[in-house]
Design a protein around this ligand. Structure first.
Ligand code: AMP
Length: 214
């Protein structure tokens, strides 16, 4: 049987991905959250898992180090989608990409005045495209985490970040001023793997489709 590797994102998405994988017949032999192993075998003889930083998942699949992967639309857009086949919206990791500011910041006024606005985000590419499409000039500050802190300490006027329940924004007295797009996680596949191992990969894609679309 051919060996297939699926790349998964660490963190909150993993908790939603594992039940979906189980419904598709792929159950890790040890808990990837607890294990220190970087490659985890599964109940499916041909399939092993690698658990990575979310932003590395498209890179592993693009270069064929993993054959399949699960990644958020936010991560895929930022990556650029090069060299990836995206057959399926898995309908997990549902959240929204938004622009948020301090509650007392006059976003609409700043936009209307056309002044330069500073926006902190890890989604530099997506944010640049969003503001360019609106004809807005913004100064983007690239951060790798805790975006919510930036407006509180005067590093930026606004942030572009993911919002799920809204609890993090509320706790930091921030509010959504623009919605950029809804986000969910996608199955991604290396196109060469699909060509060479279609007999093994096509049934897996079908199992994912059934598991995610009921
Ligand atoms: P919440 O407080 O539920 O609105 O979640 C907001 C925090 O969780 C922010 O720091 C987001 O970057 C992060 N977050 C929310 N949804 C997701 C997701 N689907 N994937 C990764 N991070 C997320």
């Amino acid at each position: 049987m051919p060996a297939l590797t699926i790349a998964l994102s660490k963190g909150r998405l993993l908790d939603e991905t594992l039940p979906l994988l189980a419904r598709a017949g792929v159950i890790p032999v040890e808990d990837p959250n607890a294990s220190r192993k970087l490659i985890v075998a599964t109940s499916h003889a041909a399939v092993s898992l690698v658990v990575l930083r979310a932003t590395d998942v498209p890179t592993y699949v693009q270069y064929g180090a993993a054959d399949l992967g699960v990644a958020g639309k936010d991560v895929l857009l930022e990556h650029g989608n090069e060299g990836l086949y995206q057959p399926l919206d898995l309908r997990i990791g549902l959240c929204r990409l938004v622009v948020a500011t301090r509650r007392d910041y006059d976003w609409r006024g700043s936009v209307q005045r056309g002044g330069r606005i500073r926006v902190a985000t890890k989604y530099v590419r997506t944010a640049r495209e969003h503001f360019a499409a609106k004809g807005m000039h913004v100064d983007l500050i690239h951060l790798y985490g805790s975006m919510e802190l930036a407006p509180l300490v005067g590093l930026a006027d606004a942030i572009v970040d993911l919002v799920d329940t809204g609890n993090t924004l509320r706790a930091n007295r921030l509010r959504v001023v623009e919605e950029i797009m809804p986000v969910s996680s996608r199955l991604i596949v290396n196109p060469a793997s699909l060509k060479l191992q279609r007999a093994a990969i096509a049934p897996l894609i079908e199992a994912f489709r059934k598991a995610s679309h009921g």
